[in-house]
Design a binder for this molecule. Structure first.
Ligand SMILES: [Zn+2]
Length: 416
């Protein structure tokens, strides 16, 4: 069985140019004695926006691994796939994130719900789980409501899983079940029954991505109640540990945090929970590698900075349409965005400071950063003009990409 190691991190790379730079950060962690498996993830949405095909991610990952002589585990994640789009990812991926968030709330067949509720009767009442902040209290009504809300989604995950299994063969890929792209967070008691349903559906899930409480906006820090997040995260870890034994799930099953990148304030509580429970985690980050490319170009100055400014100008002009697909995961104050003529006057240092995610820096501008985050379509349209500029400035770009992965993610989360 292909198994995901205890620690793993998903790195997106929209333009597929930074595999080596990203991997160098994992090599640095390994040299410090911490093994973290890199997972290159790219969703169908990103492929569609940029005009790439799923096999390109495999080509990038394999090439980076070969060039860097990486001997550890690594994976290529078909991120947020469903039955409609999974086929294009079958050959090149060995990690599949089954996205069933849309099926939440669509009830399964009444007979299936009854059977599930029947099979879970022993958990009605108070459920004491080792490590939980308080025993779960589950009424019959709760159980029925949870079954109606989530059983259909888990059954859909089973369908997608079996479709992939029929093509790739059992044990040849890692399975993640994701429910994060929805409005309501899942509570620990809901997670318990979701895991029970996953076991009944015989999905060998190695990671589960619930929706956590709070805002996970793209490329910026967490907004929410930190103590509440910490309590829920620890409770989820405890529930998973219990469910693995109770329901016979994969022994390496762990939480997957779809962070949307840069949830720096969560790293300390997560690291502490992992240490206390001896648990693992998969951290998925979004496309902030693209932002580091922009920072690298701005730092390079001259025509590279000019191109970065041109991208901002176009992103500003198309801000409404660029933001639309991301409406639920960005918070941009349009009135506070610098106008293109202001950005045009910026020196290299000012552009870099506005974009780089250093919240202590006075020049940091989260509106500017979020707009560029969703503005990758502008660079995709430039095609070779953009890619050649990256290649011409490879060293400064790679330094920013690698430094970001190591200093802002791997180190605070896994090393401390
Ligand atoms: Zn996600």
């Amino acid at each position: 069985m292909l198994k995901l190691p205890k620690f793993s991190m998903g790195v997106g790379d929209r333009f597929g140019q930074q595999g080596k730079a990203q991997l160098s950060a994992f090599i640095k962690a390994k040299e410090l004695g911490v093994d973290i498996a890199p997972v290159w993830n790219k969703s169908n949405r990103e492929h569609t926006t940029i005009g790439t095909q799923p096999p390109s991610v495999r080509v990038e990952a394999d090439a980076a691994v070969k060039e860097c002589g990486w001997s550890g585990a690594y994976f290529v994640d078909a991120d947020h796939i469903n039955l409609k789009n999974v086929d294009g990812f079958i050959d090149s991926s060995d990690f599949f994130t089954l996205d069933v968030a849309e099926a939440i709330g669509k009830p399964a067949a009444a007979a299936d719900i009854d059977a599930f509720v029947q099979s879970m009767q022993k958990y009605v009442g108070s459920v004491a789980i080792d490590g939980l902040s308080a025993p779960l209290s589950v009424s019959q009504d709760d159980l029925v409501r949870i079954a109606k809300t989530y059983l259909g989604a888990v059954k859909e995950a089973g369908e997608i899983y079996r479709h992939i299994e029929s093509k790739k063969g059992a044990g040849n890929f890692v399975t993640e079940v994701s429910m994060d792209e929805t409005d309501a967070p899942q509570t620990p008691d809901e997670l318990l029954f979701i895991l029970a349903a996953i076991a009944q559906e015989k999905i060998p899930a190695q990671t589960i991505a619930p929706k956590f409480t709070g805002r996970f906006n793209k490329g910026v820090d967490y907004v929410g109640d930190l103590p509440q997040f910490e309590r829920e995260f620890r409770d989820d870890v405890a529930v998973i540990r219990f469910a693995v034994k109770e329901f016979g799930l994969m022994d390496n099953l762990k939480l997957s945090v779809h962070s949307g990148s840069d949830k720096f304030s969560l790293y300390e509580p997560i690291r502490k929970a992992l240490k206390d429970f001896g648990a693992g985690v998969h951290l998925k980050t979004a496309g902030t590698t693209w932002l580091e490319e922009m920072i690298g170009l701005a730092e390079a100055d001259g025509e590279a900075l000019d191109l970065a400014k041109e991208i901002y100008t176009q992103a500003y002009e198309h801000r409404k349409e660029l933001c639309e697909p991301y409406a639920t995961v960005i918070d941009i104050d349009f009135d506070a965005l610098p106008e293109p003529f202001v950005v045009d006057l910026m020196e290299s240092k000012a552009f870099v400071e506005a974009l780089r995610h250093d919240q202590k820096c006075e020049g940091y501008d989260k509106n500017f950063r979020q707009l560029i985050h969703v503005g990758y379509k502008v660079a995709a349209k430039m095609g070779d003009r953009y890619l050649n500029m990256l290649r011409d400035n490879e060293e400064v770009v790679a330094r920013n990409v690698a430094g970001n992965v190591f200093d802002r993610h791997l180190k605070p989360l896994f090393i401390g």
